[in-house]
Design a protein around this ligand. Structure first.
Ligand code: SF4
Length: 338
């Protein structure tokens, strides 16, 4: 009997051999990423899991908690976001939280098992006085022994350096989608603005958390282009969040009736391709889990997802209750990443 357990790379596509060796590379082409998407589903998931095991303990899942430290009233017009002041999703604009309140939330997140605490603010970019307060939060959360992450909008080089000096470990700034589809979703800042912020974060020595959203009406070609762009950055993002669009009433994307429920098999393909193209990055199953079956989530873990947001709220949208997540991880034999 043939041994098919090693590398059943379809003979018809020898170009895939170099894509499936599990090495970290930065010269991914859209054709190569597209060829991964075209693999038969069992082959794709097999290779994603095989490559995942080359870089990670497949039982471990990194657990992050996300807190909105400044909600609503954002001047940007991201078509999916209920916090944009351009939309009418009923999210009230609030002031930046007090440092003590944030630290209380961080303590609770740690007690509930989180290893990373992410702080999100609905800004185009932070003002200097706001940054003073955020730096105090970063210092405080760091002192609790948690990894720190922030998402505050666009940063210039000096702002990134200030956050680094305060002890920030990660900065989240997503590309969202392909360069071609981007203008359909956001008009108030450019794709290049996003790449520039990622550059400044990287230059300051902060680890990068950068991914995107699927299910916004993009084509597979856009999903391919997004992953090829991420995997061709000079350094891969250390964290790659993959979000499934959450349709929030009052946002432009929720009003698009043509946006049917996204195919869960295609979602798992996105996770698997991200795992193969950025083999040493943590791939995070992010927004949209509330609408996902446990079976789909399990397939995502098999396909190489190894991080989740934990806690009942993701900024302003719902996320599975902690008890349900613990039970699911338990049933799958998965444990929090040390
Ligand atoms: S995604 Fe961020 S930048 Fe865009 S509108 Fe929402 S809070 Fe503002």
């Amino acid at each position: 009997m043939d041994d098919r357990t090693q590398a059943p790379i379809p003979a018809a596509n020898p170009a895939l051999v170099r894509c499936l060796d599990g090495a970290v590379r930065h010269d991914w082409t859209r054709e190569e990423v597209g060829a991964l998407f075209d693999l038969p589903f069992p082959d794709l998931v097999f290779h994603a899991q095989r490559i995942h095991r080359m870089h990670f303990d497949p039982r471990e899942v990194q657990i992050s908690t996300l807190l909105s430290i400044k909600t609503g009233g954002c001047p940007e017009d991201c078509g999916y976001c209920p916090q944009s002041a351009h939309h009418h999703a009923g999210v009230k604009a609030e002031k930046l939280m007090e440092v003590a309140t944030v630290l209380g939330e961080a303590r609770a997140a740690k007690a509930a098992g989180a290893s990373r605490f992410c702080m999100g603010a609905a800004w185009r970019s932070p003002k200097d006085r706001d940054l003073d307060q955020v730096c105090a939060m970063v210092e405080g959360v760091s002192a609790l022994g948690l990894e720190t992450c922030a998402t505050l909008g666009m940063l210039d080089r000096a702002q990134a350096q200030r956050l680094k000096d305060a002890g920030l470990d990660f900065y989240n700034h997503n590309l969202d989608t392909s360069p071609e589809f981007y203008g359909e979703i956001i008009t108030t800042r450019t794709y290049q603005d996003r790449l520039d912020t990622i550059d400044h974060v990287r230059a300051a020595g902060i680890a990068v958390c950068c991914g995107g959203i699927v299910g916004m009406g993009e084509t597979r070609a856009d999903r391919i282009a997004m992953i090829a762009t991420l995997a061709s950055l000079p350094a891969h993002p250390e964290s790659v969040p993959v979000n499934l669009l959450v349709k929030v009433e009052g946002t432009p994307l929720a009003q698009k009736s043509e946006l049917a429920a996204f195919d869960p098999i295609e979602f798992v393909r996105v996770i698997a391709v991200a795992r193969i193209a950025m083999p040493a990055s943590v791939v995070r199953l992010s927004a949209g889990r509330e609408d996902m079956s446990e079976e789909t989530q399990a397939l995502c873990f098999i396909a190489g997802a190894n991080s989740i947001f934990y806690g009942p709220k993701l900024l302003t949208t719902a996320n599975p209750e902690r008890g349900r997540d613990i039970e699911l991880l338990d049933r799958l034999g998965l444990v929090p990443m040390r």
